[in-house]
Ligand binder design. Structure first.
Ligand code: SAM
Length: 190
């Protein structure tokens, strides 16, 4: 089934994100984040999954993880994982990601930020799904780590997506779980 509408991209930011005290920090790369979100990205027809980290040395670590699955032993015993990880691209930050997508598509993507917190200016999943289906410009879904995206990022958003909420007041999803639910609400079969 071909994906309807605009191309979707994901970026997982490791800076600037918040720590539990609301301070701006840089988080470390998590192998599981890369794998799980890449599998969700492949499932929902995302064009590219950017892992953005400012520390160049950690790009080498991420590249090593991907190399294992793309050409190393992993690529033979689990070809499906290789297919998912082929969507992963490394960048240093949001600006680098925006430039890379603009270079690939010829259009600057709409920036969609995500958060577990509600608030003003939120766009519903249904509204964004309809916008994506009718749009031509690519849409970049921005995922955070740590305790969430800093205001420096959310202030740059074209769209602030409403939070994924359950029926309880407990809302502490991992970014991996949130990414899968968000993609299904935006692109899942109906
Ligand atoms: N309290 C943080 C917040 O409000 O974003 C949760 C941080 S969570 C560990 C890391 C990332 O997962 C968030 O930056 C967001 O991208 C995503 N995320 C987590 N829970 C979410 C939710 N309920 N709705 C939407 N995105 C969520």
């Amino acid at each position: 089934m071909a994906e309807a509408g605009a191309d979707l991209y994901l970026v997982l930011l490791h800076h600037p994100v918040l720590d539990k005290n609301g301070q701006i920090v840089t988080t470390s790369l998590t192998n599981m984040d890369i794998h799980d979100i890449a599998r969700s990205a492949r499932t929902y027809g995302v064009r590219g999954f950017y892992v953005a980290h400012p520390v160049k040395a950690l790009h080498a670590l991420a590249a090593k993880i991907m190399e294992h699955w793309e050409t190393g032993y992993g690529s033979t015993y689990n070809a499906t994982r290789k297919e998912a990880l082929s969507l992963v691209r490394l960048e240093r930050d949001l600006d680098g990601t925006l430039l890379a997508i603009e270079h690939a598509t010829g259009m600057r993507p709409r920036v969609v930020v995500t958060s577990a917190r509600g608030g003003p200016r939120r766009t519903t999943f249904a509204a964004l799904r309809a916008q994506i289906e009718q749009a031509t410009e690519p849409h970049l879904i921005v995922l955070g780590t740590g305790w969430g995206l800093s205001s420096e990022v959310t202030e740059r958003a074209d769209v602030i997506l409403e939070p994924v909420c359950g029926p309880t007041d407990y809302n502490h999803l991992s970014v991996r779980s949130a990414a899968a639910i968000i993609l299904d609400r935006l692109r899942g079969a109906r």
